[in-house]
Each structure stands twice: as structure tokens, then as C-alpha cells.
Ligand binder design. Structure first.
Ligand code: ADP
Ligand code: MG
Length: 231
């Protein structure tokens, strides 16, 4: 599904900062992977590269057989739209759009008519248990509800991969479990899921944990290898 080979990235601020230092990673279709590491280790930078939200300087990234390198913005947007659903710690909902409109937004960028995208958005809100909240605005929703709206928005384009950056970082423990159960369910349905987290409880839900220290992969373990038994 995706392959990173010797990926390097430096942020060119006043002091250039070499953040990704030769990342090699192969993720198969249908895997549920957690990327773990301390704050500042480069997890979000890596996820942004995977999500074609940011460029890299060296190495190669192939996604679904396509080399993702020096794409112009419209090509990048096209791959993102077709392949990837995003979930963020801060939900990234648009405050002046209601739940239905937020979920429908990716379809707007695909040129789907308003009627059709709103009907689909209601379907996806129903899937995450929020059908009755369609006309509520983000500030009228709890953190868990906001993240469920964001999950519905991520799913509405039928992405091949879900990329989640600290998806439970702003949630209490009960809501964290709800959101993780939702990701597990998507994994069971065959979706590829990559979650960035610094919380071990969250990482343990995945089948494979990749640890990053200072921009390098230091361990890469499936639960099977780690515990000598399958889930
Ligand atoms: P993590 O998600 O693991 O906490 P990040 O990938 O966000 O780490 O950041 C890695 C390092 O890169 C940090 O030192 C951070 O301050 C720096 N960094 C992140 N984004 C930028 C940016 N856009 N410009 C300059 N430095 C950045
Ligand atoms: Mg981060």
C-alpha cells in the first residue's frame, strides 16, 4: 500500500532543523499501525508526508504504486482526496458549518451536488451515531461528538487509508475508548489505519507499533512478535 525509502526532511527556518533522518517503512493494505514517540520526535511531520500535506527532501515515497514526489498542488489534492481520510487531535471542523455540512465538505471539493453530498453526509453521520445532531454546530457538540463528525468526514470519500494524528489527545478516557473502537471497527472492515500517538494505551490497539526517536524508526513490532501470541 505504501512504502517509504530513506525519507529525510529538514525544516528550513532560521536554524535548519533536520527532523526525519532516513525513515524506511512499508505498510500493507489493511494494517492497523501506531506510530509512537515522544513529543518533537517527528511523528506529525511523518504523518504529513504520508498524507501528502507536506514535501520531503530526500528518498522516495510510493503510495498505491505511485511515486509521491514533487507533485503540484492539484495532483497532490487529487491523490489526497481519493486515497486518504484525515483525523486530527483538534478535530479541524469548520465552526460556521453544521455537522452535516462539515461531513459533506470533501464531496464539495469533488464537485458533488449539494443535494447528493448532504444526503450522503446524513448517511455517514448515522453510521457514527449522530444522525440527530446533523444541524448542530461544532460548539454545540462534545469532544467525542466532534471527533465522530470528523471520522464521518474522513470516511465519506471512501479513502483507502485513515491517517489520525493524536485522535484521542483531546478526549477523556471513556470517549477515547469509543473513538478507538470505531477505528478498530474500520480496521475489521479492511481499511488501512495509521495512528500517531504518544499514549501507549492507544498504541496497543494497533497490530503494529512503530517507535520513532529523533526522526528515526528505532523499533517496529507486531503484537504477535512482542507477546508471542495473537490477539
Ligand atoms: P511530534 O509530532 O512527534 O511531536 P513534529 O513532527 O510535530 O513532532 O515536530 C518535530 C520537530 O520539528 C519539532 O522540533 C518541531 O518544533 C519542528 N517543526 C514541526 N513543524 C515545523 C515547521 N513547520 N517549521 C519548523 N519546525 C517545525
Ligand atoms: Mg505531533
Amino acid at each position: 500500500m505504501l512504502q517509504l525509502t530513506n525519507i529525510h526532511k529538514t525544516y528550513n527556518a532560521a536554524q535548519p532543523l533536520h527532523v526525519l533522518k532516513g525513515i524506511n517503512l512499508h505498510i500493507e493494505e489493511g494494517e492497523f499501525v501506531a506510530i509512537m514517540g515522544a513529543s518533537g520526535s517527528g511523528k506529525s511531520t511523518l504523518l504529513n508526508v504520508l498524507g501528502i500535506l507536506d514535501d520531503y527532501d530526500e528518498g522516495e515515497y510510493t503510495l498505491g504504486g505511485t511515486l509521491i514526489k514533487n507533485l503540484n498542488e492539484s495532483k497532490a489534492a487529487d491523490y489526497r482526496n481519493r486515497m486518504i481520510g484525515f483525523i486530527f487531535q483538534s478535530f479541524n471542523l469548520i465552526p460556521f458549518k453544521n455537522a452535516m455540512e462539515n461531513v459533506a465538505l470533501p464531496l464539495f471539493y469533488q464537485g458533488v451536488s449539494r443535494k447528493k453530498r448532504n444526503a450522503l453526509a446524513l448517511e455517514y453521520l448515522d453510521k457514527v451515531g449522530l444522525k440527530d445532531w446533523a444541524d448542530h454546530y461544532p460548539n454545540e457538540l462534545s469532544g467525542g461528538q466532534k471527533q465522530r463528525v470528523a471520522i464521518a468526514r474522513a470516511l465519506i470519500t471512501h479513502p483507502k487509508i485513515i491517517l489520525a494524528d493524536e485522535p484521542t489527545g483531546a478526549l477523556d478516557s471513556k470517549t477515547t475508548v469509543e473513538v478507538l473502537d470505531m477505528l478498530s471497527e474500520l480496521h475489521k472492515q479492511g481499511m488501512t489505519i495509521i495512528v500517531v500517538t504518544h499514549e501507549l494505551d492507544v498504541g496497543r490497539k494497533a497490530d503494529r507499533i512503530i517507535n520513532i526517536i529523533d526522526g528515526q524508526v528505532v523499533t517496529d513490532k507486531t503484537e504477535y512478535q512482542e507477546n508471542g501470541k495473537s490477539k
